[in-house]
Ligand binder design. Structure first.
Ligand SMILES: Nc1ncnc2c1ncn2[C@@H]1O[C@H](COP(=O)(O)OP(=O)(O)O)[C@@H](O)[C@H]1O
Ligand SMILES: N[C@@H](CCOP(=O)(O)O)C(=O)O
Length: 319
């Protein structure tokens, strides 16, 4: 530890609530994401020495308690950039976001850890600096930006000379929007779901997505559900990933027949997500039945968009 590092934190213990996210929203591959009202909690406590990691809930059996834990790694990165560090730490991860299902568990872990590390020392880093650190870990900004800021966020990585800037702009979720998710009982890592993508796509498919993402942003900004229903479609990633998710097209069609405006892959999958204003119970049942016809068991949730991102909550309330 460098002698210039500040050892004593402003707060001995912090607790951060961080939302799940659904990335891409159809055509917005690596660009668009929305926060959902399903939360993980990251609790960080300064200790006189050592490192202890506790994991509860989703992923408790598989998430590492060692230096390879991504929450610990991002905490260390934030403290290194800020020139601070406590002598030891206790990390408690309370997870409600299913892991490796396309609901942004890795983004929530990274954002929760980074915001906790910053909060403990009185926020020496700006939100923009936090965004750039977590994007570097995650590799793409579409989950981490809404996990940090809430709502729907459009983001882009701008590669300048000697710097990688992440630009993000927030859109409030359309009034009354509900997101019905069907979460299969199998894991699909983002890494695996990216490995099936081609290195190049036909020009006409690129044009298809440029028009759809432009129109989708108009639909979201203007609360235009008819437009959203027409343009929430994709040719850059979904066609290549459908081989990994049995029944994907059938689930999409069933959700729409039951009243959803549109249904798409959530992030890299395997979760499928349908957008609606009503009939959410019927939509969930239709999606579950359709997956069942293809031999896939799933759980469903009716989620609201989350207008706020990662935020500190009372760290002394028992949970
Ligand atoms: N709460 C957590 N704490 C530490 N690591 C986590 C946590 N949640 C997820 N991860 C890591 O992220 C991986 C899943 O990330 P990824 O494949 O991108 O799927 P997802 O769509 O859930 O983000 C897990 O295998 C685990 O290594
Ligand atoms: N744009 C990424 C989004 C991955 O989201 P996740 O929730 O599955 O991690 C991709 O489509 O690969």
């Amino acid at each position: 530890m460098s002698s210039r590092q500040q050892v004593h934190p402003q707060k001995e213990r912090v607790r951060i609530q961080v939302p799940a996210t659904t990335a891409n929203l159809g055509p917005g591959f690596d660009t668009l994401g929305m926060a959902l009202e399903l939360f993980n909690i990251v609790e960080l406590q300064a200790m006189p020495s050592g490192v202890q990691i506790e994991v509860e809930g989703e992923g408790a059996a598989s998430i590492p308690r060692s230096e390879s834990n991504i929450v610990l790694r991002v905490i260390r990165k934030v403290w290194q950039k800020a020139g601070v560090t406590p002598a030891g730490l206790h990390l408690r991860l309370i997870n409600h976001i299913p892991v490796a299902r396309g609901l942004g568990s890795s983004a929530a872990a990274l954002v929760g850890g980074a915001v906790a590390a910053n909060e403990m020392y009185g926020n020496p880093l700006t939100d923009q600096e936090i965004l750039e650190i977590v994007t570097e870990f995650e590799g793409h900004p579409d989950n981490v930006a809404p996990a940090l800021f809430g709502g729907i966020v459009v983001s882009a990585m701008v590669h300048g000379e000697g710097n990688n800037e992440v630009i993000s702009r927030k859109i409030p979720p359309p009034y009354g929007m509900r997101a019905v998710v069907a979460i299969p009982n199998f894991h699909l890592s983002t890494k695996q779901a990216r490995s099936v993508l081609p290195t190049a796509v036909p020009y006409k498919d690129a044009v298809f997505n440029v028009s759809r993402i432009s129109m989708l942003i108009m639909a979201l900004v203007h609360n235009d559900w008819e437009l959203l229903a027409k343009v929430m479609d994709d040719r850059l990633h979904q066609p290549y990933r459908q081989e990994l998710i049995p029944g994907m097209q059938d689930v999409f069609a069933s959700a729409q027949q039951a009243g959803a405006f549109a249904a798409v892959l959530s992030g890299a999958g395997p979760t499928l997500i349908a957008f609606a204003r009503e009939n959410t119970e019927d939509i969930a049942a239709a999606m579950q039945a359709a997956f069942g016809r293809h031999g896939v068991q799933c759980q469903t949730m009716d989620l609201k968009p989350c207008p706020v991102g990662a935020e500190p909550i009372n760290p002394y309330q028992p949970i």
